[in-house]
Design a protein around this ligand. Structure first.
Ligand code: ADP
Length: 160
């Protein structure tokens, strides 16, 4: 079965990579779909996010990186797929994820959203917290791979 794992990945963290590794073992193919939404303020450009994901997932042969804009349901249909993976951290993720899954199913009834529960050590981890720590010069070594850490250091070298 082919699945799509959509998100902003701004930037990719060990929390995302854990979901990617676990789904690559359970499914034949995993397409990581990076949302290219111009109205959302991202720290990294779409090209930078693609590069970081390519570098950090190259050990998984059945994982592919792609980008999309607009509606997730349209993209998923276009890819000839009907299953989406999302990571669940805490109760705080639940309401938003439930709403998205239900709305998506309304517009594309065959679409299923499968939730993978985060590993306990990554429950608190988000791209936002990593950006916040890095922006103040803090160490993010245990939250993101080295290439991402370097990319963050480069971004914040000159301040905001
Ligand atoms: P979005 O903007 O769509 O929430 P994110 O890049 O923040 O995109 O997250 C993409 C997906 O990865 C979401 O399903 C999110 O819940 C999941 N995710 C993010 N961080 C973690 C983590 N630490 N553990 C498990 N899942 C995570």
């Amino acid at each position: 079965m082919k699945v799509i794992y959509p998100g902003s990945f701004d930037p990719v963290t060990y929390g995302h990579l854990d979901i990617i590794e676990r789904s690559s073992k359970k499914f034949d193919k995993v397409i990581i779909a990076i949302l290219n939404n111009k109205s959302k303020k991202n720290l990294f450009t779409i090209e930078e996010r693609v590069r970081l994901l390519k570098e950090t997932t190259k050990q998984f042969p059945n994982v592919e990186i792609d980008t999309f804009s607009g509606l997730l349901t349209s993209y998923v249909k276009e890819k000839g797929c009907s299953t989406v993976i999302r990571g669940l951290r805490a109760v705080s993720d639940f309401e938003y994820e439930m709403q998205m899954a239900l709305v998506n199913r309304k517009t594309y009834p065959e679409m299923e959203t499968i939730f993978m529960v985060s590993r306990a050590e990554y429950v608190f981890l988000s791209s936002s917290i990593v950006k916040e720590i890095a922006s103040f010069g803090g160490k993010v070594t245990c939250f993101v791979p080295k290439v991402v850490e370097e990319a963050l250091a480069n971004k914040f070298k000159g301040g905001f």
